[in-house]
Design a protein. Structure first.
Ligand code: GDD
Ligand code: MN
Length: 351
């Protein structure tokens, strides 16, 4: 009995995400049913680009240069730096501004109260009809800004975020990202995805104001805001032509993964009760299951298999261990343990 129970749990653990992935993959390969709208340069909307910064003296100059390289008309861009640094970030910004006098840049200084809070402070000063938030430690691939704006020109679309290309992190991170980006795009083609990225999050200004700005009580202000918008019936999408690069930290990599996972789980917990449009429900609830419950079936199943004492069970576990040399499988298993640890850790710290 233990053998069959264990087998069943492991089978469910593997089959649900696999089947889901295959279904989403078929959608990811189909054309979009909604489109981005071509806008003449002269009619592009004004955008307010918010960069929250906490001790980003090493990143901020490259970040500001990268934004100017986007080819968006400069007179349509308002930059807002919402800073809580104790390092030289402010000095660097002022120095950069003295070299770029034509740029409309507002610098806001406030106490460190978290990223969501910094975004909301900046939102009060934002004049653009489109709000774009972006982390200092990320870069945009060329034309991502204008592409995001064109998607938002479709009245069905409320929010746009980016596909992510990691810089550093190695083959495990690469394998994980490939799978992950396919899911984001496929889900977006059906209705909306469930994970959104602070590296580039573009949202209609009146929309973000109508929901009271960004949440300040959880880490994943980005993902929660996207799910909130999708729950209102608007599309919150990640298209393939909006692309960010993010630096993957070389030290503290595991801690960084755990923190990300904690934030994402917080977003699921906070958004699970929101009423959702019917096309979005299967995506949202399958993902919620895959993140919150499915990971636990793996260790429980493995323990039952071991406890059964059956040779078949030992053989299966041995096969699983050997498969760990295959990087996509290793990435998957690692992610399961990160999710479980993150869930437990959320019980005592939200950071
Ligand atoms: N002003 C201010 N105050 N800025 C902050 C604060 C704060 O208390 N905390 C973080 N920031 C800034 C950072 O300087 C950076 O530009 C951006 O917010 C993101 O912070 P990171 O420290 O780089 O966060 P991360 O990479 O671990 O988090 C990622 O995932 C989060 C959700 O889990 C990012 O994508 C975040 O945007 C995202 O919310
Ligand atoms: Mn970061």
């Amino acid at each position: 009995q233990l053998l069959y129970m264990g087998l069943l749990l492991v089978l469910i653990h593997v089959a649900v995400p696999l089947i889901y992935y295959i279904i989403i993959l078929t959608y990811a390969r189909r054309p979009w049913l909604i489109n981005s709208i071509n806008v003449n340069d002269g009619e592009l909307p004004a955008v307010s680009i918010i960069i929250p910064t906490y001790n980003e003296e090493n990143m901020i100059l490259g970040k500001l240069d990268n934004i100017l390289e986007q080819n968006y008309p400069l007179d349509k861009i308002q930059l807002i730096i919402s800073d809580s640094s104790s390092d030289n970030t402010q000095v660097k910004v002022e120095e950069w501004l003295s070299r770029h006098r034509g740029v409309n840049l507002s610098y806001i200084k406030g106490p460190r109260m978290g990223k969501g809070h910094a975004l909301n402070k900046a939102l009060e000063a934002a004049s653009g009809s489109i709000i774009v938030t972006t982390d200092a430690d990320s870069l945009w691939v060329k034309d991502s800004l204008i592409n995001a704006v064109k998607w938002l020109s479709n009245e069905q679309v409320g929010l746009v975020s980016c596909v992510k290309v990691p810089r550093g992190g190695g083959s495990t991170e690469d394998a994980y990202r490939r799978l992950y980006n396919t899911l984001r795009i496929g889900e977006s083609k059906i209705h909306s995805t469930v994970v959104f990225h602070g590296e580039l999050l573009a949202v209609k200004g009146d929309l973000i104001r109508s929901i009271g700005g960004f949440p300040t009580d959880i880490g994943a202000d980005d993902s929660y805001t996207g799910v909130r918008v999708a729950s209102m019936g608007l599309r919150a999408v990640i298209p393939e032509n909006v692309v960010c690069m993010e630096y993957v930290p070389s030290n503290g990599y595991s801690r960084w993964r755990v923190r990300r996972a904690q934030h994402l789980l917080q977003s699921f917990m906070k958004s699970i009760k929101l009423p959702k449009p019917s096309n979005y429900k299967p995506i949202y609830y399958t993902e919620a299951y895959i993140h919150l419950m499915n990971p636990w079936l793996l260790p429980i199943g493995a323990i039952l298999l071991l406890a059964s004492g059956s040779l078949w069970a030992y053989a299966l576990i041995a096969v699983g261990l050997v498969l760990l040399v295959w990087s996509p499988f290793r990435a998957w298993v690692t992610q399961q343990f990160i999710l479980m640890y993150a869930m437990v850790r959320n019980l005592w710290t939200k950071e």
